[in-house]
Design a protein around this ligand. Structure first.
Ligand code: HEC
Length: 175
């Protein structure tokens, strides 16, 4: 009987808590739909740290997900500039379906069959749940389309824009 009372008191507390912060109501749940979830995931998964136009500049928040002018060089693979993720049909990924975005996020496979370089952390994102991967894709589709273009992947001899590279001194690479 004592236990029953304690359990009811807990249930009451839980109900009161729900009422107090507005959660649990249908309206609050609707406001927390996939697009809001996607916005949250994009913020904490640091897409902006690479894909913003301002990445590596004094104003890294500028040009939200519009593609970075600074690429990453990977030994033996080439140089890769983080692309524009807004729904612009030519400069961005506006022609990709949400399913194609989900596949790229989790497997690194673009719709044209090219495997994204692993500097795009798809190996870390491969365990995203269906719901979370779809929420990110749905959110990207809501961004204002930007015409900003980034260079296609290149080699050092053909690079037309800045990039970051790590050069290891011989002492670290020789046996
Ligand atoms: C460490 C830097 C980095 C982070 C963090 C990052 N990306 Fe990328 N991403 C890249 C680079 C670089 C490429 C291009 C790779 C290539 O062309 O092979 C890329 C490619 C992509 C592509 C393919 C676009 C195209 O046009 O080919 C998508 C989609 C994408 N990223 C989405 C995301 C999302 C969404 C997040 C956050 C959940 C994210 N990325 C986080 C660096 C990053």
């Amino acid at each position: 009987m004592g236990r029953g009372l304690a359990a009811s008191a807990l249930a009451l507390l839980a109900l009161t808590a729900c009422g107090n912060d507005g959660r649990g109501s249908a309206a609050a749940q609707a406001a927390d739909g996939p697009v809001e979830r996607g916005r949250y995931l994009v913020a904490i998964m640091d897409c902006v740290g690479c894909h913003n136009k301002g990445a590596f500049s004094p104003k890294p928040e500028n040009g939200f997900l519009q593609g970075s002018p600074v690429g990453f060089s990977l030994p033996n693979l080439g140089i890769f500039w983080p692309p524009n993720l807004t729904p612009h049909p030519d400069a961005g990924i506006g022609r990709w379906s949400e399913a194609e975005i989900v596949t790229a996020l989790r497997t690194g496979m673009r719709p044209d069959g090219r495997q994204l370089a692993p500097v795009m952390p798809w190996k870390a994102y491969r365990n995203l749940s269906d719901a979370d991967a779809q929420a990110i894709a749905a959110y990207l589709k809501t961004l204002p389309a930007s015409p900003n273009r980034v260079p296609a992947p290149a080699q050092p001899e053909t690079a037309t824009a800045p990039y970051v590279a790590v050069t290891a001194p011989p002492s670290l690479t020789s046996n």
